[in-house]
Design a protein around this ligand. Sequence first.
Ligand code: GAF
Length: 398
Amino acid sequence: MSVPQQNLAEAVKNKYYTKFGDSVPSEKVRVFRSPGRINLIGEHTDYNNGFVLPASVDKAVYFVIAPRDDEQVILYAADLDETYSFPLSDLSKPNQSWAHYQLSIVDQIHKNGLQIRGFQAAFGGDIPVGAGLSSSAALECCLLFALNEMFRLSLDRFHIVKMAQKAENEYVGVQCGIMDQFASAFGKEEAVIRLDCRSLEYEYFPFPMDEYLIVLCDTSVKHSLASSEYNTRRLECEKGTQILQKYDSSILSLRDTSPEFVKVHEEELGDVVYRRCKFITEEIRRVQDACHLLVQGNLVDFGSKMYETHQGLQHEYEVSCEELDFLVDQTIDNPAVLGARMMGGGFGGCTINLVKKEAVPKFEEEMKRAYLKEYQIDLPCYKVKITNGTEEIISTNK
Ligand code: GAF
């Protein structure tokens, strides 16, 4: 773990002790970390049972947690200085939206017939909220991983990922796919994960960061369309699948077909659904191609694939927005940038950029200047490193 990350873990630990004191002996107090994620390529393909290529990064959430002798849960959001308590038997939704993620995990624990006692926890971290780095998946995975260890629930990482996704679908009410939770739980230092979202088979591909860095440019906007359009895209993909199925019953999701087959049925699919299906089938193919390029060490063509993805998300899948397009456009004539695209669900959040290491300071300066001029917003840029996924942090000092 890098020094800033270690410092953050210590900071949350200090806040735990300020809040809870020595109410639980220190040997029972444990520290867990779950990272945010990036996605190199493979956007909106997870809920179509396709492939994605995410990685977990050095921005994370930390839980400092201890068991209690009663049935009470006390959650302390250290960064906000807010507390929410509830008995294990009452999972009604609180006003504090941050608590929904923790309650969603307890809800899943109940639904799976698992037994826990009360617990108290302080949590905090440095994943920017609303920037598309999946702070919610990190929160869910971190708490479930911690409860699994603390109460010996015998869940493996696959169980954790699936339960965390269900928690988000059922309790939080967001119909996300499995990519974010998987990346947070299965991340590996300096490697991207090619995940088959149907079988959950996965393979790590080393991602060389000696010559190039990954820089995220945060639009700092989140358009309200995001969740309604996400659900609409899911429905459009389902509609396309149903139409294509009539001609080939082995097509159970867009994963099972190809851009060529989609093209044959363009007229029947209709303009909008056709463009959605075209993008998804091409994007699934792009993930596979991108992995071959990684193996060959061809980051130049890998970067071109990122631009292709952006084009598709902008014009065919229509989940980009003016600010994201502006940031990607700024990079097109910059020879130091191999690839750039919007990342995540869309309608705001970050662009992901693959930038020559020595050119990063100038890149950031130029991007910030252009964004400030266009939108009067100071553009946050994050250089991210690829780190391990969810883990316990063992430390010797209190
Ligand atoms: C969001 C969702 F949570 C993911 O499951 C995925 O669909 C992504 O948008 C788009 O690729 O992050």
